[in-house]
Design a protein around this ligand. Sequence first.
Ligand SMILES: [Fe+2]
Ligand SMILES: [Fe+2]
Length: 327
Amino acid sequence: MRRLERLAGGVRLREQTIFLSPDTGRTAQVQANSIGIERIFDPRSREADVVAAVAAVLEQELDRQLETCSRQIASAIKQSDLLHRRLCSAMRGKKPLPMAALDQSAASICDAVEDEGFARWLKAIELHHGQTCRHMMNVAGTAVAFGRYLGLPRVDLLLLAQAGLLHDVGKLFIPISVLEKDGPLTEAERAQIACHPERGAKALAREQGVDRQVIEAALCHHEYLDGSGYPNGISGDTISPLVRLLTIVDIFAALTERRAYKEPMTARMAIGHLMQMRDKLDQPLLRAFRGLVLEPVFAVSKAPEPARSVTAEGCLTYRRHPLGEVA
Ligand SMILES: [Fe+2]
Ligand SMILES: [Fe+2]
């Protein structure tokens, strides 16, 4: 027991470790507790129980990390984390999607970005342990910040947050071992990932109450204006303003995120990369986006004047271009 106590190290290590023991009876449990070990598990436990135990450790750790954030940011991250977990189990078990959790999560991201600022949001989401959940919070928060910069009303910001949260929902069918693989993908794994827009849109279309533009964003966020994107190679005016905006945000987020196989790019390098994509992306939107992310503290002082297409009832909601261009 003394050796075990030494091995178990400090309090945090004990809290964050799942200890395996062939004996998990009451005596073993009391002995474990006496040296500060909370959880002991039989190595022959069911996989689902082990997964639940790991999830509990991660949740506890996330709560601890979020103590350093403002109440608003912590609540938005907790809600997005919950949404992500519910989406995963709904998508894998073909169960209804958690629509109420989606609305709440979108609203709390809008509030957090509005009250605390975009830079704080980006810093706070780093505290989350999951790459897929971080990406959806990143795209949603960045899209909301961009929408605010363009002077869009709340109804559009909520639509952007929902589209950002759900754009990659089709990836939740794919095993984490493929999504977060740190080596080159096989042909079969690449094909699996390439299906995510169609699989996601199909799952969303089965649901009552998902906005049509949110489904469209899931299907079309890898399409390019010059027709060179996927899955359908659509081009130009058939790509809605909301999708154009989200595509820019999604690529920027992917480039500036740390992944198992790459270091993150700086914002300036990522903007350079987007500029090189030329005819693939909406140029007026990209120029405005550059203004947002290259401002030193993401200040809103130099935001463009809202275009005539931006009205209180909504702009993107009515498929109008936020900078007044014809979509
Ligand atoms: Fe995607
Ligand atoms: Fe994405």
